[in-house]
Design a protein around this ligand. Structure first.
Ligand SMILES: NC(=O)c1ccc[n+]([C@@H]2O[C@H](COP(=O)([O-])OP(=O)(O)OC[C@H]3O[C@@H](n4cnc5c(N)ncnc54)[C@H](O)[C@@H]3O)[C@@H](O)[C@H]2O)c1
Length: 443
């Protein structure tokens, strides 16, 4: 068997195992009753920045027929409708209102939701109750109650609800978790974790002058102004701010990679740079996990005023090695502690590929190097994702709808993980140390 086919076979085994371990307790993750069919009729609600990225990925997935799009902004709606009609989906119908869409297009099998966070729960709950399966973007909602209502509706209707934490379907992440961390125990005892998403200063989002939404339409959907409609992430009525928006992915990775939920969280943050926004523009958190191997602290940072510090990644640190992983493969590396046993056998067995050794330090640095830490041997994860980063998660959703897979991120599992974000925001806002309670993770 060639190394490539071996890797693929291992990946298929590990990806189904990864989906299984976290999905077992989830009614929403049970296989759909629908018999397999070749083509699924889908609707996309929310055709903004992320809706378009999902649309591009969806267009590459066979067996999908777009039958409807929905967006309250005529500008975004028309863009999506035209692009889809040009791309082999001539029958797609466009709607301003999702309830109207659900009533008028009964053939929809599944709805993809990529609106601002405030509309996730209403659209998802209505779609589930109309008998549709739903893929909804993260965060589940801008309120805990909204998120819980989605899990309740998923359970009541028995329909599938996948949440868009797409790293859980990314073969590189799945491989790192199940093969490197869990099977090879490559890092030894994992004693720390760190993740960050640092972004440069960005001006407020604007809109084309000729595409202003009438005030009464905006008001009907809860937006007081075009400015707040476009910059919803920063306002409590619509979104959860950067900790929620970016932490959603990375704090979820702490929980998933460590296969645990934290026991406590403390944090600090503030709206220190921007004006006329609700949410803090920077924050730092420390979570404590009680793992079977001992206590682990995980540090999370989000900055919206500087992209320095290496961008965005998640790091898991152990006494034998460190895994630094990101959706950007160029920011990913695995480092072996100098005193750890050789990883040559793991390289031979295709768990890792060796990176070129770094050039030796200049002579004048030798002293510094001796006092501090020598450069560690670096390795790569030998798995390539040759698709758009959201595509495998959408594919997993459709496979589950067809009864061929389990969801990699069913809503009840997503809620447990997102609760560690909701409560961290509370810890920052109230300046308190929060101890998680079992009730936090119940619906
Ligand atoms: N998974 C990821 O990597 C990722 C990345 C970016 C954004 N997101 C998520 O995607 C969602 C959308 O983010 P975005 O950046 O595209 O925002 P956006 O503002 O660019 O787009 C949101 C769109 O939703 C539409 N909309 C708002 N309310 C609606 C309603 N009631 N019915 C129909 N349409 C409605 C708006 O008109 C707009 O076109 C958010 O939940 C965000 O957290 C996920």
């Amino acid at each position: 068997m060639s190394p490539a086919s071996l890797t693929r076979r291992r990946f298929l085994q590990t990806s189904s195992a990864a989906g299984l371990s976290l999905a077992l307790s989830s009614p929403g993750a049970l296989l759909a009753q629908k018999s397999p069919s070749d083509t699924l009729n889908i609707a996309l609600v929310g055709l903004g920045a992320q809706g378009r990225i999902l649309m591009e990925a969806l267009l590459k997935i066979p067996g999908i027929r777009f039958v409807a799009v929905c967006d309250i902004w005529e500008y975004a709606r028309t863009y999506g409708e035209r692009l889809l009609k040009r791309s082999g989906h001539p029958d797609v119908q466009a709607f301003e209102n999702h309830q109207d869409m659900l009533a008028k297009v009964p053939t929809i099998d599944a709805v993809i939701v990529a609106t601002s966070d405030d509309w996730h729960a209403p659209v998802t709950n209505d779609a589930l109750r109309a008998g549709k399966h739903v893929y909804c973007e993260k965060m589940m909602s801008n309120t805990v109650e909204g998120a819980r209502s989605m899990v309740r509706t998923m359970r009541e209707t028995g329909k599938l609800l996948q949440i868009g934490h797409q790293r859980k379907s990314n073969p590189r992440y799945i491989f790192a978790r199940s093969r490197l961390l869990q099977e090879a125990k490559l890092l030894g005892r994992v004693t720390g974790a760190q993740a960050q998403w640092n972004r440069a200063v960005a001006p407020d989002l604007g809109w084309p002058a000729k595409h202003v939404i009438p005030a009464e339409t905006l008001a009907r959907y809860g937006f007081p102004s075009m400015h707040q409609f476009r910059n919803w992430r920063w306002f409590k009525k619509h979104g959860g701010g950067p900790l929620s928006d970016l932490g959603a992915h990375q704090i979820d990775m702490f929980n998933w990679m460590l296969d645990a939920l934290p026991t406590t969280v403390i944090g600090s943050g503030g709206l220190d740079y921007y004006k006329d926004r609700d949410w803090m523009d920077n924050a730092m958190l420390i979570y404590e996990y009680k793992l079977p191997t001992g206590t682990l602290r995980a540090f999370y940072q989000v900055q919206t005023t500087t992209s320095s510090g290496g961008g965005y990644f998640e790091t898991f640190m152990g006494d034998q090695g460190t895994l630094k992983i990101s959706e950007n493969p160029r920011l990913t590396a695995v480092y072996r502690e100098a005193a750890a046993p050789s990883w040559e056998d793991l390289v031979r067995r295709n768990f890792l590929s060796a990176q070129a050794a770094p050039p030796p330090a200049p002579a004048s640095n030798t002293q510094v190097d001796a006092r501090e830490t020598a450069a560690l041997a670096a390795y790569d994860i030998p798995i390539v994702l040759n698709k758009a980063i959201h595509q495998p998660h959408l594919e997993n959703f459709f496979a589950a709808v067809k009864g061929q897979a389990k969801l990699n991120c069913p809503a009840d599992e997503a809620l447990r993980s997102e609760m560690t974000i909701y409560r961290a925001i509370e810890a920052v806002e109230t300046n308190t140390r929060i101890t998680f309670q079992p009730s936090d993770f119940e619906v």
